[in-house]
Design a protein around this ligand. Structure first.
Ligand SMILES: [Zn+2]
Ligand SMILES: [Zn+2]
Length: 233
């Protein structure tokens, strides 16, 4: 196509689908350059298990006695500021177009801080929640990330069998962790022998990722790591 036509097409598209930054309102993209560089990044040192900031770089107190199935959790960002707004828009405001720029941020992170995994599996929603929302935000992130990182995505093997109460209502980490035990099942053994990288938008206690990991390992996965966009600290 001629450059002028490409430009015209771009202008027409931006008229049809105007984009402005969810952080500052600037015209042009969903997360503008200046908001992107000031996102609340989690930088080393971190706990090698849960990936939360930990000045010593050693296992944090919260993970010492955690008999986890998940091999580790990593997250580029704290659940704060523009990242919090982005997750909210992606999840509750049906702004599905945000999945692409957010997956780019995950891909950038993986290039500098590789996380083990040869197949991406999004944390599933219960089918009732999926019906209500119409899409799984983690599934959107996984699909976009799979495209960027050239990794296959399997989103029809791991299922959430129980409708769990929102995590915010339960008070402590132990409660949250026991809340999701046995909630997930793998319905076939397609992931046997694979190194699975679970994808989710936000993680609080890591309980959901851990419960997914238990189901995946029961179905033969060799290792299961979690990569979440944002971490509640
Ligand atoms: Zn901005
Ligand atoms: Zn930890």
């Amino acid at each position: 196509m001629l450059p002028q036509l490409v430009k015209l097409k771009g202008m027409a598209l931006s008229l049809l689908f105007p984009q402005w930054c969810i952080g500052c309102g600037a015209d042009g993209s969903l997360i503008c350059y200046s908001c992107r560089v000031s996102l609340p990044r989690i930088t080393p040192a971190i706990c090698p298990m849960c990936g939360r900031p930990q000045p010593s770089g050693m296992i944090c107190p919260g993970c010492v006695n955690w008999r986890a199935e998940i091999d580790g959790i990593r997250s580029p960002f704290r659940f704060d500021g523009v990242v919090r707004q982005a997750v909210h828009q992606l999840k509750y405001r049906n702004l599905r177009a945000l999945a692409a720029p957010l997956a780019e941020l995950l891909d950038d992170y993986m290039r500098t801080s590789p996380v083990p995994g040869d197949v991406l599996v999004p944390v599933p929603l219960h089918r009732k929640r999926l019906r209500e929302r119409g899409y799984n935000q983690s599934g959107l992130l996984a699909r976009e990330l799979g495209r960027l990182a050239h990794l296959p995505v399997v989103d029809d093997c791991l299922f959430r069998e129980q409708y769990t109460p929102p995590q915010a209502r339960t008070s402590n980490v132990d409660e949250r962790r026991s809340n999701v035990v046995g909630v997930f099942t793998c319905r076939d053994d397609r992931l046997r022998g694979n190194k699975v990288l679970l994808i989710d938008d936000v993680s609080t206690s890591g309980a959901t990722l851990d419960a997914c990991a238990a189901a995946l390992k029961a179905a033969g996965a060799i290792s299961v790591w979690g990569l979440v966009l944002a971490r509640e600290i």
